[in-house]
Design a binder for this molecule. Sequence first.
Ligand code: B1M
Length: 223
Amino acid sequence: MENKLLQKIAECVERGKVDIKSPHPPDMQGSEGADELTARALEAGIAPHEVLSRSLIEGMKVVGERFRNNEIYLPDVLMSARAMNAAMEHLKPHFTSGKVKYKGRIVLGTVAGDLHDIGKKIVGMFFEGGGWEVIDCGVDVSEPKFLKSIEEHTPDAVGLSALLTTTMVNMEGIVKGIKTRYPDIKVIVGGAPVTGAFADKIGADGYSPDPQGALDQLIAELT
Ligand code: B1M
């Protein structure tokens, strides 16, 4: 029953089925979507981490492969992103600790030119779950925007995300700008095309391919 439910949620992400009211895709009209099924999975006691990794991330992997192979197009990918976001709304409270005293503060953003925000939001959820205060600057965040947010919020760390090979190069200027003005602030980078070697080359303090690794690295850097 658990596997079946998780499989159904993954299918909703793959097909872009947001909720029961959503008319897309036509052959799934009237059936529950990522929204309702995720709520049901949590009610049934399935761990939020399981839903995230086995349904949402797995479903999105399939979407990426189909998009790369020209089997689906941008509007389909957008519907999948909506379905994933609807599911994530249910998971979010389970990842946040609810602690009043934060362990640290991080400014997060997807770098200039890049509109992908799902992975960055998940990173934010892990940090909140780890007791950090997260200031999410959103997507398409330029160096001046990061600097303004740092000035305003005085974080311990900044996290940069990029999903495109054409935008990860924008990380270099942003990292340099931050490190020049705020040498003590730790800067960590991530996102599918980013590698440890690239992070070293651009002068970032840390890199992780996944959210938990980013959290662990920052804790190690700051203690
Ligand atoms: Co785009 N897209 N997209 N897209 N999209 C990719 C990234 C792509 C790989 C698809 C493909 O071709 N197979 C490809 C990039 C190729 C490349 O550069 N190598 C691509 C392309 C080409 C494009 C456009 C250029 C398409 C076009 O217009 N022709 C365009 C660019 C728009 C722009 O940004 N300027 C575009 C647009 C979009 C949508 C808007 C439709 C939508 C985004 C919606 C949204 O985010 N709200 C979208 C989506 C959904 C994808 C795919 C299918 C899924 C991305 C995703 O959300 N993955 C993606 C293919 C894929 O990745 N399979 C693709 C799920 C998410 C949980 O994983 O984001 O990797 P991810 O995050 C992970 C880790 O990377 C890591 O942790 C996260 C959780 O596990 N991580 C960090 C991320 N940030 C981190 C930071 C850290 C640490 C870890 O520390 C700070």
